[in-house]
Design a protein around this ligand. Sequence first.
Ligand code: ADP
Length: 273
Amino acid sequence: MTTTTNQQGRPDQRTRADGSQPLVRAVNVTKSFHGNEVLKGIDLTVHRGEVVVLLGPSGSGKTTFLRCINQLETIDGGRIWVDGDLMGYREDEKGHLHHLTDKQVSAQRRDIGMVFQRFNLFPHKTALENVMEAPMQVKGVSKAKARARGLELLERVGLADKPKAYPGALSGGQQQRVAIARALAMDPKLMLFDEPTSALDPELVGEVLRVMRDLAEAGMTMIVVTHEMGFAREVADHVVFMDAGVVCEEGTARDVISNPQQERTRSFLRRMR
Ligand code: ADP
């Protein structure tokens, strides 16, 4: 692997030998809430088809960082590119940044699927209607097409028999799988998962992780915030350990989880056991 410098001259250890552009590149991202700096200069590179797992103690800034990637939060400093697009801004010839319009931001966000800890399904819509909604409303897909694709996606997440079920009649694991199908319905190039199994009863965690693993095997690029170490070990191509708003340590799962170099990583992993 060669070392090059990224857009702001910082060293980047994760450039691919074939020179291909990463799908996600974050450089020196900062974010504060009311003077409290939550992200203190985060760099992240995610290649196409990679699964990156973000680990770290509660409050370290993982959720905020995910929300910055898909612009549920605006960043204070640094830059984030997804598929070569500078998120949220246009850069002029002099290097000055200009906010994109809401419409332009929405267009960027359309290509990024997000799955939350709480499933946020529409309670008054069936599983299938939940999956059909965004393609019809946002992309103007016909009802027939949205329906056919919705059924296909429900089958993919193991819910072929539940198109007519309302969220209230589904288990947490089933609701989360509907939420994954709903995100996939927009054909995202990137999927963000924010602790997707942490609100679930333990016996329902496996079925959601299984769907995520299938997605990874099918080549989806994913950034996953999770405390599921087994998933991180088996599925992650790259593991990033965050603490107090900085990336403390990163590498393969074997590097970070099995052979951590930093005391902060070790102490976190001890607490996870
Ligand atoms: P993690 O996902 O690692 O648990 P978060 O990104 O959720 O961490 O939170 C990092 C810090 O930012 C926490 O101290 C949290 O209280 C704070 N924070 C997150 N969102 C907001 C917000 N909207 N307003 C104020 N503080 C926030």
